[in-house]
Design a protein around this ligand. Structure first.
Ligand SMILES: NC(=O)c1ccc[n+]([C@@H]2O[C@H](COP(=O)([O-])OP(=O)(O)OC[C@H]3O[C@@H](n4cnc5c(N)ncnc54)[C@H](O)[C@@H]3O)[C@@H](O)[C@H]2O)c1
Ligand SMILES: [Zn+2]
Length: 359
């Protein structure tokens, strides 16, 4: 399945399929010199299939996890690229989850003022979200994704077979972004998510491939349509941040013990609660989202003991804050989200209290 994506300076394909990682070089026939950037979990699994295609390629392995999505890690990547003598003709190939995608894209945007970039997402989350749209970057102690660049890939290759090795918790994380895509632009995705037991489909013995291919393709299409319309997030693209002001704060305050997708899931529950508290949608929106999130085995509550004040403080450093007011993406109905730049702090605190687990 191939989805073309257009952006202000060109076009690229998102290719989705099974067992396609080994066909990467055929699709990049002009590419000789590569830096394959991956993390310590993914390197032993999928490093060999890439090294086989580019025996002289430089394989750069960094520690796994959000805590390493930093300028320090980026610096170690530059060092290894210089040590290998890579010049402006080199191509960065990202192989991994969203963390690796975001960092590799940033490296490609900045190494010698920018070199070519190809991304092979190996988490569901990165397939349906991070790898499409050209946002790249790293976290700072002051907040998530605060340093970055727009860097469009020239190819996205999503090999669904790689999901078989993905930890079940990470699979659920990807589902959180799919549910989010559904809420903002494609209510039918929520129905699709609920039809199957995805853990069974992906990890089971004789899995039926069709539903997974369709779900992932449909989810990518939602992201594609939104970023094509608003490539630099001047407007509508901000809706993709539904659940993220809460989610990023939860991730940060947990010191990344709560992974991104789980934070987004909890953030969706918060967004539904807050939207209802402000009278924008009926209270059953929260129940509907909770039942969908529960179906994909996501936790619904902010972990007990997380301090509301601390969460609000973390939200203040979020980029989505504008003019000193807290900006939230809220829900009117399924398929209709909007930006509210003037949410009273009291209502936010109330939502945090309601959505935090009891001790
Ligand atoms: N650029 C964007 O538009 C965008 C959009 C959404 C999210 N993001 C970013 O994406 C990041 C989250 O991405 P993520 O959830 O993919 O996390 P991740 O990259 O940390 O990957 C999750 C874990 O799975 C492991 N892993 C990856 N693929 C595997 C596989 N096939 N088999 C076994 N293990 C595997 C990784 O080593 C890691 O431990 C966050 O930093 C978030 O900010 C960016
Ligand atoms: Zn996200």
């Amino acid at each position: 399945m191939t989805l073309p994506v257009t952006h202000p300076t060109g076009e690229y394909d998102v290719v989705v399929g099974f067992d396609i990682l080994r066909s990467l070089r055929e699709r990049l026939s002009d590419v000789e010199s590569v830096a394959i950037i991956t993390d310590e979990n993914v390197a032993p699994l999928y490093g060999p299939v890439l090294k086989k295609q580019w025996p002289n390629g430089v394989l750069i392995t960094v520690p796994a996890g959000e805590a390493y999505k930093t300028l320090d890690t980026v610096r170690t990547i530059y060092d290894q690229m210089f040590a290998a003598g890579l010049d402006r003709k080199a191509v960065v190939i990202s192989v991994g989850g969203g963390v690796i995608n975001d960092m590799s894209g940033f490296v490609a945007a900045s190494y010698m003022r920018g070199i070519r970039f190809v991304t092979c997402p190996t988490t569901l989350l990165s397939m349906v979200d991070a790898s499409v749209g050209g946002k790249t970057g790293v976290d700072m102690p002051q907040g998530k994704n605060l340093i970055g660049a727009f860097k469009q890939p020239e190819l996205v290759l999503a090999d669904l077979s790689t999901l078989k090795t993905l930890p079940a918790r990470e699979l659920s994380c990807g589902m959180a972004e799919i549910i989010k895509h559904g809420v903002i632009n494609a209510p039918e995705l929520l129905t699709d998510v609920k039809i199957y037991d995805w853990h069974e489909i992906i990890y089971g013995e004789d899995s039926n491939r069709r539903p997974l291919l369709e779900l992932v393709t449909n989810a990518i299409q939602v992201k594609r349509d939104v970023v094509q319309e608003d490539p630099f997030e001047d407007g509508r693209r901000a809706l993709l941040n539904l659940g993220h002001t809460f989610g990023h704060a939860i991730e940060q305050v947990s010191e990344f013990g709560v992974p991104h997708g789980e934070g987004v899931g909890m953030g969706l529950v918060c967004a539904a609660h807050l939207s209802a508290a402000l009278g924008y949608c009926p209270p059953d929106m929260q129940q509907l989202l909770e039942s969908t999130l529960r179906h994909v085995r996501l936790p619904l509550r902010i972990p007990a003991g997380m301090d509301g004040e601390e969460l609000v403080e973390a939200m203040q450093t979020d980029k989505k804050k504008m003019d000193g007011k807290l900006r939230f993406i809220l829900i009117r109905q399924l398929g209709e989200a909007f930006i509210d730049g003037d949410v009273p702090l009291g209502k936010v605190m109330e939502t945090l209290r309601a959505v935090t687990a009891d001790e």
